[in-house]
Design a protein around this ligand. Sequence first.
Ligand code: PAF
Length: 283
Amino acid sequence: MYVVKTVKEAKEITRKWKSEGMTVGLVPTMGYLHDGHLSLIKRSVADNDKTCVSVFVNPIQFGKNEDFGSYPRDMEHDSALCEQSGADLVFCPSAEEMYPEGFCSHIEISGPAEGLCGARRPGHFNGVCTVVMKLFNIMAPTHAYFGQKDAQQLAVIRRMVKDFNLDVEVCGMPIIREADGLAMSSRNTYLSAGERKAALCLSHALKEVKAQFESGERDAAKLKQSAQAVIAGEPLARIDYIEIVDIISMKPIDRLAAPALCALAVYIGRTRLIDNIALEVLK
Ligand code: PAF
């Protein structure tokens, strides 16, 4: 497995593969890999001739008061996990390599980026799209893999790929959960033992929404209330948002008549966690 830090090396290797007619899967990550990331890598390895993993904590997608500095990092462990999972190349550039002196171009995205996390984290999705566009240009993947846990990010990337006619198939992969239901996230490492227990209120709330939905409830306000009630029972939790949105536009809906998503962001202590569940309305 190649481990490369420069754009030049990453380009040379992937362009050679492409010139030989190979399919190339890309799994963009910020590292501190967990089973959720590994499921993406393994899917890419199964689907493609070659698999690249990028490990880059992207400074421009973090707000001023967010956790860029404390975001967990362990490059050695990440490389070992990539190798065990069958990856062919790990691209782990420095911030200077990605954003050299004079860098001044950005993607600006609206539409599905406007609500939910986009409204609470101004500029976040512009930063995500800018780095993902760069990664696509550097490694020219035929397929790119993103987790459904960041459902809004997935919708935003799909929109960007469509808008810019990019030649890459975006593959959304299911959320991977711990045995007790907590969605896997590198940020779970911030949680104390008590907070870890409290964090279960996210998946419990979504389970309740799904149960109500399956028993026929289609009123989004009522579904949201059922999630709020579960989270209100957890003293360490503070709701950032709970929304029922259209699965493509990410716009809030009042009544469920098409595939939708219940998405939530909840602070557990100082840690902000997100999770979601699909509500499949059959047309
Ligand atoms: O989902 C992430 O880890 C990041 O937002 C991504 C897609 C790697 C871009 O930095």
